[in-house]
Write a protein that binds this ligand. Structure first.
Ligand SMILES: [Zn+2]
Length: 306
């Protein structure tokens, strides 16, 4: 894959965005990709036709209606170009920002990830059933691919895409061994920062938000959770505290955090990875819990923002 000059992708993001944002709502009824939209490519002409089993399940829903396209790092399967174009702009943006923050060189990576973009809730519900997903799932990452639902009626799509693209970058560069709390915590942390930046680049006032924790789970207990909690309140706490812990450790020492993450992805115990990333800073779990609990009680604590 070719190397790019760093300023170019950002400029092209802005130019495509300005075109997309200036389109009147009525024009959404037509195909308005135009010169700067995502070009449609027939499936057979895609440079990467690697469709997983879950991807096949997606493409089996209304099979005649799927369209296809691709950018530098992604292949897209979609129903309408005007929905897929902004997704392609965001996906490339998040991909580059998160990979850079994680210190990863993406230029040697030649395979593409596939993004399946659903629009109507009935199609998404059918896919959820096929894939045995929980009903609250707004998007999933599976084996390096993304499956998302974008409702073209809403102007602000939130940071679901940023969250899912972050999982993809983590999977691509750290493999499948990253523990659940660290994977979800980093996806929340990175998407909060990158989404605020993305909104600011479009001229919207946006500040990254990370609310104080209402409940505190001791770090060793959080880190040992291999499955999601069952109760909605506990799920919220799990995501929020995981995000805070990533934010806390990144703010403590950003390069150290990356060493810690490498260690965790290679199967290190929490204490071993902490030692690798932060030396003697956290002499014991008691020290870590004490300092982190104090930090997590603050509404917004500036850290090393992506
Ligand atoms: Zn997630």
């Amino acid at each position: 894959m070719k190397k790019r000059r760093s300023a170019q992708p950002f400029l092209s993001v802005l130019s495509v965005l300005s075109v997309v944002l200036c389109l009147p709502l009525l024009a959404q009824e037509e195909d308005v990709r135009g010169l700067q939209g995502l070009p449609e490519v027939s499936f057979d002409n895609l440079t990467d036709k690697n469709v997983t089993t879950l991807g096949q399940a997606a493409l089996a829903i209304r099979p005649a209606d799927w369209k296809h396209g691709e950018t530098a790092n992604f292949v897209y399967h979609f129903f309408h170009g005007f929905v897929a174009t902004p997704v392609s702009v965001e996906a490339e943006y998040y991909y580059r920002v998160v990979a850079k923050t994680l210190g990863k060189d993406t230029s040697q990576w030649e395979r593409k990830s596939h993004i399946y973009i659903f629009e109507n809730p009935a199609d998404w519900a059918e896919f959820q059933k096929k894939a045995s997903l929980d009903p609250w799932t707004g998007g999933i990452h599976s084996q390096g691919d993304l499956f998302i639902q974008r409702n073209p009626r809403y102007k602000f799509k939130g940071r679901t895409l940023g969250h899912e693209v972050t999982h993809l970058v983590i999977y691509r560069f750290f493999g499948p061994g990253v523990p659940l709390w660290l994977n979800e915590g980093y996806a929340e942390y990175a998407s909060i920062g990158a989404y605020a930046n993305f909104q600011r680049a479009r001229g919207f006032a946006a500040r990254p938000q990370s609310a104080a924790l209402a409940q505190f789970i001791p770090v060793e207990k959080l880190a040992a959770m291999a499955v999601y909690p069952e109760q909605p309140d506990d799920i919220r706490t799990f995501y929020a505290e995981s995000e805070k812990l990533v934010r806390f450790l990144s703010a403590e020492n950003a390069p150290g955090f990356l060493l810690f993450m490498e260690g965790m992805s290679h199967g290190n115990r929490l204490e071993t990875a902490l030692q690798k990333g932060f030396g003697s800073r956290f002499a014991s779990m008691t020290d870590l819990n004490r300092d982190f609990e104090k930090y997590a009680a603050q509404d917004f604590a500036p850290g090393a923002m992506p």
